[in-house]
Design a protein around this ligand. Structure first.
Ligand SMILES: Cc1cc2nc3c(=O)[nH]c(=O)nc-3n(C[C@H](O)[C@H](O)[C@H](O)COP(=O)(O)OP(=O)(O)OC[C@H]3O[C@@H](n4cnc5c(N)ncnc54)[C@H](O)[C@@H]3O)c2cc1C
Length: 290
């Protein structure tokens, strides 16, 4: 772990008793947990419901042009997994209770990630409204005016601020007029400083992206997104499409079955939506604990 080499040394401690470990979800948390557990000598099976490593939220995070370097993370894990003969990756497998029971694992690590947060806002179920997860995953083709609603809601972490900007950036590259509505004083406040300044500067100079800070989304109507501005006045932002980027909530489809496996750890965004580094850290320690 970068910066903790003196604490953990160059090699990981071998497991006293090698176990059969099932890791569910190959996002950053699951991949790191699988790597560490396998390096320690456990027999590891890493299950992923999509057809690729990092195919969940992580893939969405890599789609913004300025976040392409994240793809190196998956390249790294692929190269590590090749060296670990006691680690098997199973893609296109959505794990349920039955799958886990059939595996008869000694230990289970659940790293199923997060889902888009959808707050209770009037009109949010209109057909032209997408979560940013769906929008990016489906590669929705949009035209005209797009409002990105999100950022700053209670309990939402860094990812939503970043994803607001990531999504807007992607849209503007398609030649659209994009307005980002942000409740905080500025967008992407929790982003690493240099990245944040570079990104905001790029968006502001593109000409077709407007960042509205200190605005709160009140309602979505057939005319657009009703917002309340810093002056407490209501305005309707015309919108052909609305993309919700209100961050993530835990996605925990195996919550019930987790109780059936005494040696079960739950890690990454399924515990608390955060950032990639948090998920990797969770994975590292889960791999050490198993
Ligand atoms: C649009 C967007 C932009 C983001 N930008 C950034 C950013 O710039 N920087 C940053 O640090 N973070 C960013 N994030 C957040 C980051 O992607 C997450 O914090 C991180 O991916 C969490 O890792 P995880 O392993 O916990 O979950 P995930 O990456 O979601 O991985 C969970 C995996 O579990 C799989 N899975 C779920 N259920 C099952 C099942 N039953 N069986 C098998 N597999 C299953 C999923 O397919 C998925 O691959 C962004 C997120 C989004 C959505």
């Amino acid at each position: 772990m970068a910066g903790r080499e003196s604490q953990f040394g160059a090699t990981l401690p071998k497991a006293d008793v090698p176990k059969k470990v099932c890791v569910v979800g190959a996002g950053p948390a699951g991949m790191e947990a699988a790597r560490v557990a396998a390096e320690r000598g456990h027999r590891v099976k890493l299950f992923e419901k999509t057809g690729e490593l990092g195919g969940g939220q992580f893939r969405l995070a890599t789609l913004a042009p300025f976040k392409e370097e994240f793809k190196n993370i998956v390249r790294y894990y692929k190269s590590q997994f090749k060296k670990l003969k006691n680690l098997e990756v199973v893609l296109n497998c959505e794990v349920d209770a039955e799958t886990l029971r059939a595996e008869k694992p000694d230990a289970v690590i659940l790293a199923t990630g997060g889902a888009a947060r959808v707050p209770e806002i009037k009109g949010i179920d209109r057909p032209n409204v997408y979560t940013n997860h769906d929008f990016l995953r489906q590669g929705v083709k949009v035209s005209g005016k797009v409002v990105i609603a999100g950022g700053g809601c209670a309990g939402v972490g860094t990812a939503d601020l970043i994803s607001d900007v990531s999504t807007a950036d992607r849209l503007s590259d398609l030649g659209l007029k994009v307005t980002v509505v942000e409740m905080m004083e500025q967008c992407a406040l929790d982003e690493e400083l240099i990245t944040r300044l570079t990104l905001l500067h790029r968006l502001q100079t593109k000409g077709n992206v407007e960042l509205l800070n200190n605005y709160v989304v009140k309602e979505i109507t057939d005319k657009g997104v009703v917002v309340i501005g810093p002056d407490k006045k209501e305005t309707t932002l015309p919108a052909d499409y609305v993309v919700l980027a209100f961050g993530a909530v835990p996605y925990h489809p195996l919550e019930e079955v987790a109780r059936q496996f005494p040696n079960c750890q739950i890690i990454g965004d399924v515990v608390r939506p955060g950032k990639i580094k948090d998920a990797v850290e969770d994975g590292f320690f889960a791999g050490l604990r198993v």
